[in-house]
Design a protein around this ligand. Sequence first.
Ligand code: AMP
Ligand code: MG
Length: 390
Amino acid sequence: MPAESQPLAQALGMALSEEIVAPHSVPPFDNSAMDGFAVRAVDTVDATADKPVRLTIANTLAAGHVADRPMSADEAVKIMTGAPIPEGADSVVQMEVTEEKAGKVLIYEPAKRARNIRRAGEDVTAGDRVFKPGAVLGPAEIGLMASLGIPEVQVHRRPRVAILSTGSELVEVDRPLLPGQIHNSNSYSLRAQCQQLGVEPTLLGIVADDYEATRRLFKEGLEYDVLLTSGGVSVGEFDFVKDVQSELGVERRLWGVAMKPGKPLAFGICGRTLVFGLPGNPVSAMVSFELFVRPAILRLMGYRKTTRPSYPAIMAEDVANPDGRTYVVRVRAWREGCVWHVTSTGAQGSGLLKSMVGANGLAFIPGGPRGLKAGEEVEFMLLHEDLEEP
Ligand code: AMP
Ligand code: MG
């Protein structure tokens, strides 16, 4: 996606399209790391527990204020955390190990030079290359740029995503069901999956399994950067999505993935629009989003790393996989010491959304007749960090 300017406060989760060079140092000046007394270390060399050194308190310096004159010999400045070190001082003795008496401060041991002083530029030095293009902005990155006085950043804009659900059986969630109808759930789950990436998609609604109507809405969808349709992409009598894609000039890149769920996926490109014909079954649509759409959206947003972490884990139960396809099992994953374990979330039909509820991982059972036996190793993808044991 092209670059755009975003206020820092709106940039969470976006990737920089520019390099960030520090316009000034952080901290900008030497300052006190403690509440205490700024002193000249040479004035305290003779201090002992029995014979403290007495220094005159010249001034009290709060954070945000600057000393009005340099410190003289045998003087101390009472200083608060974050206040600039007065000229002449080279150490701060923390409040707790001093005693104040009649305008003097008693120091019981020699102060070490540079002690309790935060040096200008200790965190970032003016001119430092702080972030490279492609850096993804989290709370710490945003905080650091705020400390550098950068109110706006150049980032890759978020793609505009459209979602269209196909199926004559579908009705919206706020409508009662007539015989033969079901609620449109895919628009909701897919929208939520987009929202987790910081992308607010446009919902184009439901289109019946009618060629003309599908073509019309599909055309509207091609105005976006990414078009997600669900359903109508299989080999059924009324599955028009592939034909409509072709008629509208979508260059097909793939149809059919050797996995279960999620076999009927038709992906293509039309101009600059990525067109995903996702399967209609609710679990298939979500899994296909997770494995294909999410990485694509993140790449568009300028991310370098677009995949979730995956790890080897011990499978808790036997999993049969008579099919030749890779079996993507929705699992609950947890860790015991250094070892990951996964267990199936229950019945795994591609229409059973409950198999996604409570799943924090997807385990990949290799294709082929063998399946997997309980206790064997399997690769899984961690979807989120909610790691309670099942
Ligand atoms: P299809 O790929 O169109 O044949 O759809 C496969 C299955 O998914 C059918 O049982 C559909 O009723 C169901 N389905 C399709 N779209 C949705 C949707 N948006 N929400 C819930 N279920 C759907
Ligand atoms: Mg359908």
